[in-house]
Unconditional design. Structure first.
Length: 203
């Protein structure tokens, strides 16, 4: 129902008939995860993030700097859901939807709450063999290699003795802002955000 109204409001979808909406659960079961953690999406597909617990964000980053805001060439930031706090016992959940415009451009996201990113709370759209989700997540965890206490995920996997991230991305970063559309939002014309309510989800 909500999906229909969101699509109807999107101007860029055009005549494409085969779009898929990919649902990504944020913080399901109280975990610091996006589920699934990576998706393959076609141009025109939408991705709906449903915030189910705690107080997370979905924030665009880059493969090379997993836990930092992406900055576009024009100086604007990448897309960001903002903090979505979920009260205990909630029965309604915020949903934030973006549209993938370019399936050839991988997109990278993290949660910018506290140290969630360093605990591996990252997400990818259309990762590749060369730029894999696992390498991205390892680099994210490595950013927290000096703060090892209390991580439910343990110390960063694959960390090297020198402390430099062994999974450090090797190729240059690209700014993929054109690869994404979000409904309504920041000053940049290509950044449009859509928030909606999802009701009655079973936790
Ligand atoms: C949440 O818990 C349910 C029940 O144990 C399980 O089926 C589901 O896969 C879990 N979801 C995530 C994202 O961990
Ligand atoms: C990241 O971007 C958000 C807004 O999208 C901003 O509030 C926050 O301060 C930024 N963080 C850094 C470290 O620049
Ligand atoms: C959510 O987290 C942000 C950043 O830590 C904080 O500023 C905000 O107050 C939190 N919201 C709630 C309702 O706790
Ligand atoms: C899509 O992304 C790829 C990889 O970043 C880029 O080479 C290509 O120019 C982009 N296409 C469009 C239409 O922006
Ligand atoms: C991690 O610790 C090393 C050694 O103390 C230090 O050189 C480095 O700057 C620290 N990195 C961060 C991100 O705090
Ligand atoms: Cu988080």
């Amino acid at each position: 129902m909500r999906f229909t109204s969101i699509l109807a409001a999107l101007p860029f979808i055009g005549a494409a008939l085969a779009q898929t909406n990919h649902v990504v659960l944020v913080g399901a079961n109280g975990t610091l995860t996006y589920s699934p953690s990576e998706i393959t999406a076609a141009a025109g597909d939408t991705v709906s993030f449903q915030f189910l617990s705690k107080n997370h964000t979905v924030t665009q980053s880059t493969f090379t700097s997993p836990c930092s805001n992406m900055t576009n060439p024009d100086g604007s930031l990448g897309v960001d859901s903002g903090f979505q706090a979920v009260p205990a016992g909630a029965t309604q959940f915020q949903q934030w939807t973006i549209t993938v415009n370019n399936a050839s451009a991988p997109m990278w996201f993290y949660c910018r709450q506290a140290n969630h990113c360093a605990q591996g709370m990252v997400f990818a759209i259309n990762p590749t063999a060369a730029k894999s989700f696992d390498a991205f997540q390892s680099a994210a965890k490595a950013t927290g290699s000096n703060t090892t206490s209390g991580s439910p995920y343990g110390s960063p996997s694959g960390s090297s003795p020198s402390g430099s991230p062994s999974a450090s991305p090797s190729s240059g970063s690209t700014t993929d802002s054109s690869a994404i559309t979000v409904k309504a939002g920041s000053a940049a014309g290509l950044v449009l955000a859509s928030m909606g309510l999802v009701m009655g989800l079973v936790m």
